[in-house]
Design a protein around this ligand. Structure first.
Ligand code: ATP
Ligand code: MG
Length: 437
């Protein structure tokens, strides 16, 4: 992509409406624009990142046999009356009446919808287990939408649902999803710590939220210090490792979100306790037969008896993750994208656009990188070097390749790594090899 043609409305001043760094940087880097409170348009740069995150989430769901589908954003109210949640959900639910006076709603989540689909299709235990998911926009009329896409009213969520015959099966699905979440966050370059979360009406210990520690996080959490010190990003998560053992080894540590905190357990931890703030990026949740009983999602078991299926639901905040990753990875100059979600891998800077030698070298590099499948944003505009450098730092691409007339005379270009700030003078060939190799 040529920057001269790209729709990238960056902002130099600090937007006053933004309270936290990720929100400021997303506005400044031309990633999103607010449409109304908590509702955003995704501009090309932001959209690329959103899609990359979505794709990693998708691949890790697919890898555990969770099947992608797509349910609508608008749902009939009657489904929610069956589960008794229509009134219970309260003012966070956006309620709509259609022209025939039917009550509809913009889905805040999809338990009812998926249970309805499931009950209409599955009759026998032989069709279990099943894991289904979709990645779809949700709407929750949050009291206080804030922090940009981190607490929006409209937001993109991956939500998965498991259907099993019995508790043992449900626990297996839960643990599979637990590991899939660890893999997902690892690929996103995040240290997301699983913590015991509110488990709802059925109790039990199968509810975990995954949190990234950050001062700007909205939840207060407490956990064992080993969990914070753990190397989440290079933890071995081989598929043949014993899943249950791995899950237990992590969930045996004390780690709790707000409501789940236990003063007694914390007292015993002493110096090992860390109290901090966190951003919830995912939530996995076992709720047994809550919806299957209320909505008659029944299968015939091996012994011919009817059983209500055991269910769980598993959410990841895909759009929230864009902000959360920036909270976890930035410096004073701007965003520092982890390579896996970077909108482009390389920012190619032509220091003297219009100069024959510079243009020719840059065009060649631009073409070679593209041919090699490396995503490159080429700053081919005329303008001051300082402005170009600042903008490249702001948008946070992992590599900057700087081509100027002085270096070119000696056949040299400069390669800068955004994260470390390290610069290397290299021959054109060496730089290309480094980026494509
Ligand atoms: P929170 O406690 O932050 O309000 P929640 O517990 O109500 O979230 P879940 O129903 O567990 O959220 O939704 C699954 C995931 O969706 C959350 O882990 C979070 O990452 C994301 N999410 C929830 N609400 C929002 C929101 N208003 N804006 C952006 N992402 C959200
Ligand atoms: Mg939650």
């Amino acid at each position: 992509m040529r920057l001269s043609e790209y729709f990238l409305p960056t902002i130099k001043e600090t937007p006053t409406e933004a309270q936290i760094v990720s929100h400021r940087l997303m506005l400044r880097a031309g990633m999103v624009r607010q449409s109304s409170a908590g509702i955003y348009s995704w501009l090309p740069m932001g959209f690329r990142v959103l899609k990359k995150i979505e794709q990693i989430v998708r691949e890790e769901q697919d890898a555990i046999g969770c099947q992608e589908m797509l349910m609508p954003t608008i749902q009939p109210a009657d489904l929610w009356r069956e589960s008794d949640r229509y009134d219970a959900y309260g003012p966070e639910m956006l309620r709509i009446t259609d022209r025939h006076d039917r009550d509809m709603l913009y889905g805040p989540t999809n338990e009812e919808q998926i249970t309805d689909i499931f009950r209409g299709a599955v009759r026998s235990y032989r069709d279990l287990p099943r894991l289904l998911y979709h990645i779809q926009w949700k709407f929750r009329d949050e009291v206080r939408p804030r922090f940009g896409v981190m607490r929006g009213r409209e937001f993109l969520m991956k939500d998965a649902y498991s259907f099993d015959l019995d508790f043992a099966g449900a626990k297996h699905s839960y643990n599979k999803m637990f590991i899939a979440y660890l893999r997902t966050f690892q690929r996103l370059g995040l240290s997301a710590i699983p913590m015991a979360a509110e488990s709802g009406p059925i109790g039990g210990d199968m509810s975990h939220e995954f949190l990234i520690l950050a001062d700007t996080g909205e939840s207060e959490i407490a956990c064992h210090k080993d969990l914070v010190a753990m190397d989440w990003e290079s933890m071995s998560l081989e598929s043949d490792s014993d899943m249950d053992t791995l899950v237990s080894s992590l969930t045996d540590y004390y780690a709790a979100t707000d409501e789940q905190r236990d003063p007694q357990a914390e007292g015993k931890l002493g110096d090992d306790l860390i109290v901090a703030r966190g951003i919830e990026v995912g939530h996995i949740f076992y709720f047994g037969t809550k919806y299957s009983e209320a909505m008659n999602a029944i299968v015939t078991g091996p012994d011919g008896q009817d059983v209500a299926v055991e269910m769980g639901s598993y959410g990841i905040g895909v759009s929230r993750l864009v902000g959360a990753i920036i909270e976890a990875s930035h410096d004073d100059n701007g965003i520092i994208w982890p390579p896996s979600v970077a909108p482009f891998t390389v920012g190619l800077i032509n220091l003297k656009a219009g100069d024959d030698a510079c243009d020719k070298a840059c065009e060649g590099i631009y073409e070679s990188l593209q041919t090699a499948g490396v995503e490159v944003l080429y700053d081919d505009r005329t303008g001051r070097a300082g402005v170009k450098f600042a903008e490249m730092d702001l948008i946070g691409l992992p590599w900057q390749l700087v081509v100027g007339p002085r270096g070119l005379k000696e056949g040299k270009v400069e390669l800068k790594e955004r994260r470390s700030g390290e610069r290397q003078e290299l021959s054109l060939e060496a730089a290309l090899n480094g980026l494509t190799g």
